[in-house]
Design a binder for this molecule. Structure first.
Ligand SMILES: [Zn+2]
Length: 445
């Protein structure tokens, strides 16, 4: 049974406010004399009062666990009742849009002819010390509604309060902000087992982009990292350390790694430097008032522009060794950089040093012109989350940071694979709540 949208929470019949006409306090004009808002003694918003029950679902045991005899529904005695709000996201027969159902799940005992009592109960995932949030079917919020809350809070970047308002005003579902927060953390915990396979897959890529941006966790400065490959977007929140990136990609990472000039990346052998960063710095020098800086900036900029055009051309045409063709040109540029190592102008000195220090990583693309010239891929992968950081001021707890990075990895990897993340996330939550393994990430469409 599907329900239309409800703008306000609906009370069960016993608690419904009498219709105005039947109300003794109603004035002849048809207007109630009651003050607007909640009446003294009237129930406030709470979980039981959001929606009437759509369906009662019996979880009766079908078989005696002792003797294996089949058990009928008449052998069932309900013990525990559990109310679950679940979202139907356009997947019902003829249903378009969103609707909510409110089911009552009954668990209990089935008594066998052999005398043994077989009990059913909601599923649960055993406690894990790292997570303070539970992961079980003992939840008011169904898997798809949980997935939807993750969508509102991460993709739509709504605060907990705004998420609450949206659910209440458009779906007639009232949840406390604490429940909404718990849903996001629970979803993060549910997808945690997917992280290791994603890191494993990223570690085997022939090309990865990496980048990092500051992240605040209750005032503490951390970094949000992304590792982006053709099929994986892996996000991590942690310190700006070499270990973090090595742990994620593996010490024996054999692919190309495109990065900015940050030193933690230097340990990787097949490193590529983003030319967009270098071009920006060259442009900065070109705008300098110091003659020496301006001239060095001009030379860097002109060389990068020329070589960039050559790389694009090489991609189109037959294979040719740009490294060979530009060897003398680069040798002259190396001497130029060396001459500026003791420049009085700080940024000139720094850029000259940067070129020399990362020489091979900068120019290796001339031998492999099919490799990327910029780290735009990783920068794009961070952009949405940088805006989330600005709106939300980051995360508040370690568990919040962990949940966020895990969920973002799954969501962005699904998007990269052209697979809808939300039904998949709901499926993972549903299985993990039963104590089952997480279904594997969908393959690229
Ligand atoms: Zn039995």
């Amino acid at each position: 049974m599907q329900r239309p949208f409800r703008r306000k929470p609906i009370r069960p019949p016993s608690q419904q406010v009498p219709a105005v006409a039947a109300c003794p306090e109603a004035t002849p004009g048809g207007k109630s004399a009651k003050k607007p808002g909640r009446q003294p003694g009237a129930p406030g918003h709470s979980r039981e009062l959001t929606l009437p029950v759509t369906e009662t679902i019996l979880h009766a045991p079908t078989q005696c666990i002792l003797c294996g005899l089949g058990l009928g529904v008449d052998a069932f005695k309900a013990g525990t009742g559990l109310y679950v709000l679940e979202l139907l996201a356009g997947d019902g027969p003829g249903l378009k849009g969103l609707a909510v159902r409110h089911d009552k799940h009954l668990y209990g005992d089935g008594t066998c002819a052999c005398g043994h009592v077989t009990r059913t109960e909601p599923g649960r995932c055993p406690d894990e010390p790292m997570w303070k949030v539970g992961l079980s079917e003992w939840s008011l919020v169904g898997p798809m509604l949980t997935s939807f809350i993750v969508f509102l809070s991460l993709r739509m970047r709504l605060s907990r309060q705004n998420t609450q308002e949206f659910l209440n005003d458009w779906l007639g579902v009232y949840l406390s902000t604490a429940t909404i927060n718990r849903c996001v953390h629970e979803a993060g915990r549910a997808v945690e087992p997917l992280e290791a396979p994603l890191a494993e897959e990223a570690g085997q890529a022939s090309l990865a982009h990496a980048d990092e941006t500051p992240w605040k966790e209750w005032g503490k400065l951390l970094w949000l990292w992304v590792i982006s490959t053709a099929t994986v977007s892996l996000y991590l929140i942690g310190y700006r350390s070499a270990e973090l990136i090595t742990n994620a990609l593996g010490e024996d990472f054999a692919g190309w790694l495109m990065t900015d000039g940050y030193k933690v990346y230097r340990q990787f052998q097949k490193r590529l430097r983003c030319w967009a960063h270098l071009l920006r710095k060259a442009k900065g020098l070109q705008e300098s008032l110091t003659g020496e800086a301006k001239q060095f900036g001009d030379e860097c900029h002109a060389l990068l522009e020329e070589l960039m055009a050559a790389v694009y051309q090489a991609r189109e045409g037959p294979p040719s060794s740009l490294a060979e063709r530009y060897r003398d040109r680069l040798e002259a540029f190396r001497l130029l950089c060396e001459r500026h190592l003791d420049s009085q102008h700080e940024k000139t000195r720094a850029l000259a040093f940067e070129f020399l220090n990362d020489w091979d990583a900068v120019w290796i693309v001339l031998s492999h012109p099919y490799l990327p010239l910029t780290n735009n891929e990783a920068e794009r992968a961070l952009r949405h989350w940088v805006i989330l950081r600005r709106i939300s001021q980051g995360t508040r707890t370690e568990q919040g940071s962990r949940a966020l990075a895990l969920l973002v990895s799954v969501i962005e990897t699904c998007r990269k694979r052209k697979q809808p993340p939300w039904p998949y996330l709901a499926k993972v939550i549903a299985e993990r709540r039963k104590g089952n393994p997480a279904p594997p990430m969908p393959a690229p469409a």
